[in-house]
Design a protein around this ligand. Structure first.
Ligand code: CA
Length: 388
């Protein structure tokens, strides 16, 4: 059973059907999808240009005034019976979901104190687990946009060089459960984006599985950071939940223990912590339930940091939070403590890292209006044998 985002979320995606194979934009509504171009033609042609095309790119680029207008219209259409009867609906079970937007640049952060602390303890035992920079800035790196794939895409086990320069298929294939932020409005080269402009630029969020080959990563990452151990595939959920749907999920971030540079100081800013609760399933068994709410760095701080040097934003930029390990860890390297304490699954098997044929599903919920949780959908992927 595929978890679909709920009515409160009204998230956007791109779908096709066997009857009508052209890709078009849609909105999830329970177990159905609103055919967005058809709905707009019928109910509000002024929005036609924003929802046209085989991706969400035009909507992302249209900016916050259009995002608000479209969401307000959608809320009217789904709650008012006379409008609802006119909505062109497609059963979600009949739809194939596609990568919802053209990914421009992809950046991955490292914003969970619990994850960074666990990794520090595992990889650098006996030393201070957090590096000296960690509480001064959200650490990140530029990833590979061209290998961001939609949920359901098989993940071919990558090959590369493991410690000692031994070539072969990774023996330590891992997951990273993350939240991704999708940029709509571009910014100007040379002009940093302040914390207060976060929701003017970011359209919404998706779920991310940042697949990681720990042995390849361990051998290659010094001194320039992750490369082939990460770039083979990054999976995203097909539904982009607009920021406006997360109004009820906003919470204060943790207390800042180190004074922050002015561009990151959010003490007096609107809070951008998010009470998003994830669930990680391995072959159908829940292995972890990470919580986003305690993330040390917020999405607004990540955006302010990645532009503070004047780097510009493009429509379709994706930046992810890094592994979410509050509550419980969002990666197998932490869950199995680097293989020392393998997970025992209810079917009797054990796992330290992923085996061929394993399927991982990450889903999430957040508080919605009236205390009803909204579903953020899911990101799913199955491991297939190595090509080399
Ligand atoms: Ca990551």
């Amino acid at each position: 059973m595929t978890a679909l985002p709920g009515i409160g979320a009204l998230p956007y995606g791109v779908f096709s059907t066997a009857d009508d194979p052209h890709r078009r934009t849609g909105v999830a509504l329970g177990d159905q999808i609103i055919d967005l171009p058809a709905a707009v033609r019928r109910l509000d042609p002024s929005l036609a240009a924003a929802v046209a095309g085989p991706t969400l790119d035009a909507l992302l680029a249209a900016g916050p005034a259009t995002w608000s207008a479209l969401r307000a219209s959608l809320i009217t259409w789904v709650t008012d019976e006379a409008h609802r009867e006119l909505l062109p609906l497609v059963p979600a079970a009949d739809a194939v979901m596609h990568l919802p937007f053209t990914v421009a640049d992809y950046v991955d952060f490292y914003a969970s104190e619990q994850h960074a602390t666990n990794l520090g303890r595992i990889l650098r035992p006996g030393q201070e687990p957090l590096t000296p920079n960690w509480k001064h800035l959200p650490i990140g790196y530029h990833g590979r946009a061209g290998t961001v794939v939609v949920s359901g895409t098989d993940i071919v086990r990558p090959s590369g060089q493991r410690p000692g320069g031994v070539f072969g298929a990774t023996q330590r294939l891992d997951i990273e459960a993350e939240l991704g932020f999708v940029v709509g409005t571009p910014s100007t080269l040379g002009q940093p984006v302040p914390l207060t402009a976060f929701d003017q630029h970011v359209f919404g969020v998706c779920l991310v599985n940042d697949w990681s080959a720990r042995d390849i990563q361990a051998f290659e990452y010094v001194p320039l950071g992750p490369f082939l151990g990460k770039s083979f595939a990054t999976s995203v959920s097909p539904w982009i939940v607009p920021l406006a749907a997360l109004d009820h999920a906003r919470v204060a971030p943790p207390v800042r223990e180190v004074p922050l540079a002015p561009y990151l100081d959010d003490e007096k800013a609107e809070p951008w912590g998010l009470d998003v609760r994830l669930e990680v399933r391995l072959n159908g068994h829940v292995v972890s339930s990470p919580l986003f709410a305690g993330m040390y760095w917020t999405g607004a701080q990540m955006l302010a940091h990645l532009t503070v040097n004047g780097a510009s934003l493009r429509t379709g930029d994706l930046f992810a939070s890094g592994t979410i390990s509050g509550g419980s860890p969002g990666s197998l390297i932490e869950l199995s403590w680097n293989g020392r304490e393998p997970l025992r699954l209810p079917d009797g098997s054990t796992r330290s890292f992923l085996e061929d044929g394993d399927e991982v599903v990450i889903s999430a919920t957040a508080p919605g209006p009236d205390g009803t949780p909204i579903l953020l959908g899911e990101v799913r992927g199955r491991v297939t044998p190595a090509a080399l």
